[in-house]
Ligand binder design. Sequence first.
Ligand code: ADP
Ligand code: GN1
Ligand code: MG
Length: 369
Amino acid sequence: MDSKNARKMEAAEAFAIKGQVKSCELYGSGHINLTFRLVCQDQDQEHAYILQQMNHEVFKDIDGLMKNVKGVTSFLRRQIVANHGDPDRETLNLVPTKDGRDYYKDSTGNYWRMYLFVDQATCYNLVEKPEDFYQSGKAFGRFQCLLADYPADELTETIPDFHNTAARFRTFQKAVEDDVMGRAAQVEDEIRFIREREKDMSLAYDLQRAGKLPLRVSHNDTKLNNIMIDDTTREAVCIIDLDTIMPGFSIFDYGDSIRFGANTAEEDERDLSKVSLSLPLFDVYTKGFLEGSQGRLTETETDMLPYGARMMTLECGMRFLTDYLQGDVYFHINREGHNLDRCRTQLALVADMERKWTQMKDIVKRYQG
Ligand code: ADP
Ligand code: GN1
Ligand code: MG
């Protein structure tokens, strides 16, 4: 067994699993953690789990992060039970280690956690049915309502300035200036595109400072593959990837879902002619999100939804380009130039949103009520 496999098995065995490990394979398409599907055999029964090696380069305070996950999942579990739902499927459930902890530090200093595997549900990278996207809008809108009563002061800010786009821009400028990989000359068009939009980047925080945009406990990473759609009922059954739950803006939770799910192409599509904002998908998600939010959003928040979508897309494109310039040190890549491909889809999508700006505004107005 090589050392990576040995560590994975060491980690799996540290948790209170049922039966013997049968298989443990890489799983999913997340960009940050290393995720495995673990299957254990207990006599004639199989039990499946998600085993994750957490990225402690990205998340510096693993203990604080895991306190957030534990706190939020316990809080959600109580609400699901009160509503007669299925708490083993409708929220993430941490599996404790054999000595009763929420995570495990292995012999080489890596951090691991385990969740029950949510079966018969799928995470999509592209919307297959518009109804699924409507359901995910409703679920993310509702999720923010559920978290409205969560004590925000108990949350650790797992990545400071996570959606502070102006701060992200400063990091981007520095990456262009340093140009450690000698790649800047090759991406002048993309750099110019981003720089031309600098003035819009601080609007959300400016409004917040002026008391016009509330900070809310939000998910902050609401892309379609962070929500599980039930294979039978086609309802959004479980919101996953809770690493970035912290105070943020509702418009950015909405916006990140649009960025990923209302794109007619995948996030890393190389053929940019396939990239566009689908207005029908924008429409159904907006409907779902506003229904799920149950009238809790202020007028300014609703007015700012299209801005949230455009800003999350621009910010994400800028983050991919920053990482490309810095040598692909943040997002996992599977091929040469992967982060540049991702950046280009995001910038193409921003350009299309700018072309469709009036229609986006009109759709939001229609559901504003
Ligand atoms: P990352 O931060 O790297 O995106 P995620 O927590 O989103 O990691 O997990 C990566 C993928 O693993 C998800 O997109 C999903 O496909 C799968 N996954 C995560 N948790 C579960 C779970 N409890 N049950 C089933 N699949 C899961
Ligand atoms: C990362 O962890 P994952 O793959 O769900 C990233 C998001 C980006 C997204 C782009 C902690 O999300 O912020 O929007 O990639 N998560 C973190 O696909 O940086
Ligand atoms: Mg994820």
